[in-house]
Design a protein around this ligand. Structure first.
Ligand code: PLP
Length: 284
């Protein structure tokens, strides 16, 4: 398959980037992951808006507009026809002659995008529910930027795996903000709760969609902080992301969440989410 690199479509195994690229040297860049169903990108405008917010936060001018990205992504997706796919898109500040911390004035960004078959949710895991642990959040103070620097997320995810869990919920000052690659929801007495947007979490596209679907369907919801202690008495816990969609969490720190089964509110939201994806398919 071909990928997009700096204005060209080239075979994946022939794509090359300079070792002087600031993405390689400093992790100086941002990214997006965009799901595509039946060959159509899902929530594209929202993803591209977030990309531009990430770029603005790291003092970069958007190198392409939404229409230009849209054309590139459609060309990439066409290669696998109407298969469900995911786009990985990355922009780094580019290659500069010297390794300088300060942002150079004259530097051309490196643009890359590629499509691959989607990491489908494991139906067994959906049925059983995920197991999570809480960990201290050791990330920086700008988790709202979708930055390619993911070491803290990688370490937390690995620790979760080592402890037999599927994901880690990151806790800062006693508050559970999000997962290593997902947003956090809790259901308590019929109310769906997710932490408000802040610099301590990524404004997830799936998070926003879940709130939108709750509103449309008349499900009571609130954006409110969730303490790590409160999580222990949740009726339901969910995590969300573009590829995981809405996943039920049935174990927290080795103990069952409520009765240890995916809850009824999750079932309702999962069905609303599936219907929303289906509406995209019907547009083909
Ligand atoms: N939070 C973090 C840290 C993430 O890396 C991700 C995505 O992978 C999310 C939340 C979920 O965001 P989205 O729903 O836009 O995929």
């Amino acid at each position: 398959p071909l990928l997009y690199l700096n204005g060209e479509f080239i075979p994946e195994d022939q794509a090359r980037v300079s070792v002087m690229d600031r993405g390689f040297l400093f992790g100086d860049g941002v990214y997006e992951v965009i799901p595509a169903y039946a060959g159509l990108p899902f929530r594209l405008r929202e993803h591209l808006d977030r990309l531009n917010n990430s770029l603005a936060a790291i003092r970069m001018t958007p190198p392409l507009d939404h229409e230009q990205w849209s054309q590139i992504l459609h060309r990439l997706l066409q290669q696998r026809g109407s298969e469900d796919q995911q786009i990985y898109l990355q922009i780094t500040r580019g290659a500069y002659g010297k390794r300088l911390h300060a942002i150079p004035e004259q530097v051309q960004p490196t643009l890359m995008a590629m499509a691959s078959p989607i990491n489908r949710r494991d139906p067994e895991l959906v049925a059983r529910g995920m197991s999570v642990i809480t960990l201290e959040d050791i990330r920086w103070q700008r988790c709202d930027i979708k930055a390619i620097t993911l070491l803290a997320n990688i370490l937390a995810q690995s620790q979760a795996r080592e402890e037999g869990a599927d994901e880690a919920i990151l806790v800062r000052d006693g508050l559970a903000n999000e997962g290593t690659a997902s947003n956090l929801f809790m259901v308590k007495e019929g109310l769906v709760i997710t932490p408000p947007k802040s610099t301590h979490l990524l404004p997830g596209i799936t998070r926003d969609l879940v709130l939108e679907l709750a509103m449309e369907d008349g499900i009571p919801y609130a954006e409110a902080s969730i303490s790590a202690d409160e999580l222990e008495s949740a009726d339901e816990i969910w995590i969300t992301s573009s590829t995981k969609e809405v996943m039920p969490v049935t174990r927290l720190n080795g103990k069952p969440v409520a009765n240890g089964l995916p809850g009824p509110m999750w079932e309702r939201m999962d069905a609303l989410y599936a219907a929303c994806k289906e509406r995209l398919r019907l547009r083909t």
